[in-house]
Design a protein around this ligand. Sequence first.
Ligand code: ASP
Length: 585
Amino acid sequence: MYRTHSNGELRLKHVGEEVTLAGWVQKTRDKGFMIWVDLRDRYGITQLIFDEERTPKEMVERAKTLGREFVIQIKGEVIERVSKNKNIPTGEVEILVKELTILNKSVIPPFTIEDETDGGDELRMKYRYLDIRRNPVKNNLIFRHKVAMETRKYLSDSGFIEVETPYLIKSTPEGARDFVVPSRMNEGQFYALPQSPQTFKQLLMVGGMDKYFQIVKCFRDEDLRADRQPEFTQIDCEMAFVEQEDILNTFEGLTRHLLKEINGVEVTKFPRMSYDEAIKKYGNDKPDIRFGMEFGELNEVAQHKDFGVFNNAELVVGIAVPGGNAYTRKEIDKLIEWVKRPQVGALGMVYARCNDDGTYKSSVDKFYTQDDLAKWAQVTGAKSGDLICVLSGNADKVRTQLSALRMELAERLGLRKSNEFAPLWVVDFPLLEWDEETERYHAMHHPFTSPKPEDMTLLDTDPGKVRANAYDLVLNGNEIGGGSIRIHDKATQALMLGHLGFTPEQAKEQFGFLMNAFEYGAPPHGGIAFGLDRLVAILGGQETIRDFIAFPKNNSGRDIMIDAPSKIDDQQLDELNLKLDLKKT
Ligand code: ASP
């Protein structure tokens, strides 16, 4: 038997017991006549003591050879510690070692296996198995496990069946490029890895499964923005015979369950907001509503004066920064520099201070009277002591820029509290989105999303105005889930694909299997998918998903531990009947 107890288990009540423990050497302290060793495993740390008076000399000598991360097994007696360590649960006892076995040696690890490590990101990723020994990463993985288990429990208890769907499939458009896999047995042909199990879960509804879920890997070959992974995990769900309302209620239930079980937080309200309103009020379709700072549109009150910049703008829009009048001139200048950074891209920023005595002082006093500025304050909801920040220009761009400023300022003001949870359903998304580059419409969600029946007539006349039965669940400014009611008849699906630029032949070739299935009694259905990595990070009160993934990829999509992707040898290429002819870039 390798161990009788874990290293997190022993307490005063065990004093006098003979125990066997195993684990890694966290550190040793050698006082010459006495050696202490901290022994670590997943469950905690237990202190071992080798002491010249009570331990055989040979063993003390061997204990001196123990290095960091050696794997050892010991037998010994639990004794009460003289100087107790209140910081760890086992801190009242130690083990007087009577037998020591070195199970495996370790070379010196490239970084310290401590909560605060000296290892940089790349090094930690290269030796991820060592990183996982550290509490922060280990605890995140355990946390993720709990979220996954609670999800499975909730959904299974609600009648959902977990069904696996294949990874070697045909392209499912979710707005990214596919990862492809050559087929040896079907020369010259390729599988695509699923961007999501979208079509399969719809086929499961046609198959009568009624309520499906799956915690599943999805693959999208996108340029990796910070904190994106080429492979990520979804809680993927689909239900038959449902309307949007049924889905929102079901998944409010799941979210509420998770927040309660995982965070101990009871969230009662799941407000709903239309996409249009979210864009107008927050410049963003995933607004963080833990704080206010809503946009105030100032066209009416700020245009038609002598200020050309505003007069020529499509949109003039501002926010009130609570307490912002306390900023010095220098700090405001810095803020202006911040919005002008290429990442934000504003051309400039106008501001107005709201003084305590009810007067205003703006950067455009030449053009605006106190009365004008009072109207700005009214529209943006600014109170005395606040600062009004105003951007102007192309409406879409300006909203995005002001949204970035709003989030940045809220962060600086400590308004984005990690222990506060404010979910929000964003509904009524546009069905289609115009793409400047390809000069055609794309499905905003995916091509299987149902238009709102009342908007169907607009599909030919004003496609951009058609709303979809699509919804996103937003939590604290992050989209944690998104889904839609689907098209479930062949004619509408064909019509939709036509609007997306597929010829009937292309539609048949790519989605014939789905449209055929729709001819055999497809029930009305809809679903949603949650991004598990992000959800776990948010519930865990952290910003990045990477440390909730056991073996993540870096920003170039590489796993630097196993060194993938990598070349394959000629024989493998041969078997696949492929020849590389790489374009020089
Ligand atoms: N397949 C969709 C996605 O991955 C989710 C859904 O519509 O259920 O975003």
